[in-house]
Design a protein around this ligand. Structure first.
Ligand code: RIB
Ligand code: CA
Length: 306
């Protein structure tokens, strides 16, 4: 079966780490490029973490560094969730730098997209700074982008602000550019991320699921997106789940915009299910998830890695 070509934009990040593994070891996806962006921790740290993951996974995928900070606002990282390094808990080998491109992420994404004989799917699982820059600097890429499948946003409450999700809240201006780009967009936000849980009985199985299972088990000891006891939130795997098993979701086609001016609500994604804003639909929003299906799918994916 022909693999779907994708570019992952990421800020590893413990939940990013397992999402990247799921994509790299899947039969259906061809990861053409991984780009990094400041988010969970600094650009240098997320890039280092990406290279460490690729070494561990023994996967030769080019990596390009992107934005070191959001378009306008200062970076407020999530080291409280992922640890100081951004990927605490597992002793990775030092990476080889041969996968790190000289090109910056925006130029690398443009090149890969324009060279591809098949439209590329962008899979941002981090703040949208790189994606916004790409679409503004090189709008011609839109002609060869199939879809943007992102982890971010929320139709309900937030995990960074009262009403704002971390990836969108970190760079609301970038998110607004992406939502208003006119490209087909899928939003896998907190409405599914909060319920994409690895429960204690699932975590207990991980050490028996090969090298990646053992890696995940170790990282999850330090991950504060939930807990081993109450369930670990696999936010970024939700984007991969849309690509690989969309039937686990209930999806609403609607209009989504991003609040920028609110002193207390900047970064909030307004998911306008009732059409109050009178705008045409611009996104498919994953509104709910079949938790059992997710858990089974997640463990199956991890088991299929090295
Ligand atoms: O809100 C969850 C998102 O913020 C995930 O992408 C996680 O990695 C953090 O970046
Ligand atoms: Ca992330």
């Amino acid at each position: 079966m022909k693999k779907r070509p994708i570019i992952i934009d990421t800020d590893p990040g413990i939940d990013d780490a397992v999402a990247i593994a799921i994509a790299l070891f899947s039969e259906e996806l061809d990861v053409k490029l991984i780009t990094t962006v400041a988010g969970n921790v600094s650009l240098d740290k997320v890039t280092y973490n990406t290279l460490r993951l690729l070494k561990f996974f023994q996967k030769e995928v080019p990596v390009a560094k992107g934005a070191a900070e959001p378009l306008i606002r200062p970076l407020m990282d999530a080291s409280n969730v992922h640890g100081k390094s951004g990927m605490e808990g597992f002793d990775f080998e030092e990476p080889d730098d041969h996968l790190l491109l000289e090109e910056n992420a925006v130029n690398a994404m443009r090149r890969v997209i324009m060279e591809s004989d098949e439209p590329i799917t962008l899979v941002p699982i981090a703040p949208l700074t790189n994606i916004a820059l790409l679409l503004k600097v090189y709008p011609e890429v839109k002609a060869n982008i199939r879809e943007i499948v992102m982890m971010g946003g929320s139709a309900s409450r937030g995990n960074k602000g009262v009403m704002s999700e971390f990836n969108v809240a970190t760079d609301p201006e970038a998110a607004k550019i992406v939502f208003n780009s006119g490209l087909p967009l899928v939003m896998a936000g907190l409405d599914v991320g909060w319920n994409a849980l690895v429960l204690p009985e699932d975590s207990a199985k991980l050490p028996q699921l090969g090298e990646v299972g053992r890696m995940a088990y170790c990282l999850f000891q330090k991950y504060r997106g939930g807990s081993m006891k109450t369930g670990l939130k696999m936010y970024d795997s939700c984007a991969m789940a849309y690509l690989l098993k969309p039937e686990m979701y209930e999806i609403a086609e609607t209009y989504v915009d991003v609040e920028l001016a609110g002193t207390m609500t900047a970064g909030c994604t307004l998911v306008d299910l009732k059409g109050y804003l009178g705008q045409p639909n611009n996104a498919k929003v994953c509104m709910s998830i079949n938790q059992e299906l997710f858990r089974t799918w997640f463990l199956d994916c991890i088991a299929r890695c090295i």
